[in-house]
Design a protein around this ligand. Sequence first.
Ligand code: FAD
Ligand code: NAD
Length: 465
Amino acid sequence: MQTQSTTLVVIGGGPGGYIAAIRAAQLGIATILVEGDQLGGTCLNIGCIPSKALIHAAEEFEKASHYAQGSSLGIQVSSPSINITQTVSWKDGIVKRLTGGVGALLKKNGAQVVKGWANIIDGKTVAVMQDGKEITRITCQHLLIASGSTAVELPFMPFGDKVISSTEALAPTEIPKKLVVVGGGYIGLELGITYRKLGAEVCVVESLDRILPVYDEELTKVVKTALKQLGIEVQLGVTVQGMNATNTAVRVKNAAGEESEITCDKVLVAVGRRPRTQGFGLESLMLDMNGRAIKIDDQCRTSMRDVWAIGDVAGEPMLAHRAMAQGEMVAEIIAGKRRHFIPAAIPAVCFTDPEIVVVGLSPAEAQANGTEIISAMFPFAANGRAMTLEANEGFVRVVARKDNHRILGWQAVGKSVSELSAAFGLSLEMGATLEDVAGTIHSHPTLGEAVQEAALRALGHALHI
Ligand code: FAD
Ligand code: NAD
């Protein structure tokens, strides 16, 4: 068995861990990243990237199917079909390119990668295991835990056979005739819509009385209408009880206590993810916890000196860009820079069709803080570019302080609005006012003009509505 000594050990090569390792190496910190599976973590291998690839493929296929039924655009297509094996291998190609790129970046910057499962011995020692054998023991000054999260399993409906998690849903060998999706959150709706567009009948079962409970209802209403138009059945306020005796249907119970069965070929369970804190000796550090997540301060320090935690293992919001931003910050703090994790906002995007983006405070959140606000929305129905894209649904909404017009938040729902998140985030980080956005020339014709018009409308003088 080898032994090594370094300044920083990073456990986990997901977006949090690999960014931390790259930045630390750039800053001249001797860094070893330990990854037991594939570099890129959940995000690149079984999360953000493969899901967005399948979403795109499904969208293209649905477009072709739609045109086959006749199109006012004059496009004629006959009997489109999809070879799902080829689609999955195209998606795998993108994943491979990106994960290979992560490996190359780590190498280029001088971070060492050790393949194997890290087992924490103490706050300064990690044993790396391969096939149950310790291959190396590393001592370090700083230990960064970036072990991510895993899908929550329902105890009465464990993963296996017909019951799948997002991981299996992202690598289909065939499209099920009927899919039941348990959970109307991010994964349930992004993948539920994807499977519907790929030809499956889809029924979403959500225990709360609304879909996407993290977003405000004005935004989700637009998605709800789209689900209906797509032919996706949504059952709200319904709890799942398990599979029936013949394993052919999901048993559900509604709020009135009435039980029924929904037949299906597959069940995608997407009821959340939980921080990965068990099975690698983390418990032995006895760190302070925040529920199931490792408790951290605004520098991502845990309760043990020089032990840090970032990303999903440190709890909500479990988003890749948050993990990356924390990773970059921790590397800089270890290098001696003064940094704190106090972003003006962490954008959140749901890649449904239409997409939802929120950055900063909603009107209700701002008011709950006791702030007097101005809020205005501009509908895509009044935006020329949206019309040319056949994307009239949705709107952009701005929230600003009433006294000095400083922007507190943006929300949008509509086709491709995820791309507006950059402008939204920038305006919040730079402390922009409504006048700043209203006075910025936005190119025409773009969906972004709706951003300027929302600001103009909040000031009382929108031009196109
Ligand atoms: P992870 O990416 O989970 O990486 C952790 C890594 O640590 C893994 O590679 C794991 O193998 C490794 N590891 C764990 N324990 C050990 C150990 N003991 N030794 C060695 N290695 C270990 N977020 C977005 O922002 N946008 C999206 O569009 C989006 N889409 C998603 C879609 C799906 C289907 C899923 C499941 C998630 C999605 N997410 C999305 C969430 C995003 O993937 C996570 O927030 C992000 O990956 C968290 O990064 P992380 O570095 O904290 O952990
Ligand atoms: P989620 O928290 O987004 O949604 C889970 C949904 O399941 C909720 O609406 C919840 O009310 C419902 N639910 C919980 N238990 C249930 C039960 N027993 N029966 C029926 N419904 C139940 O979780 P997710 O969709 O699994 O995604 C996990 C995390 O991954 C997200 O929270 C997010 O952090 C991340 N993610 C992000 C993106 C993105 O950024 N676009 C995409 C996918 C995943």
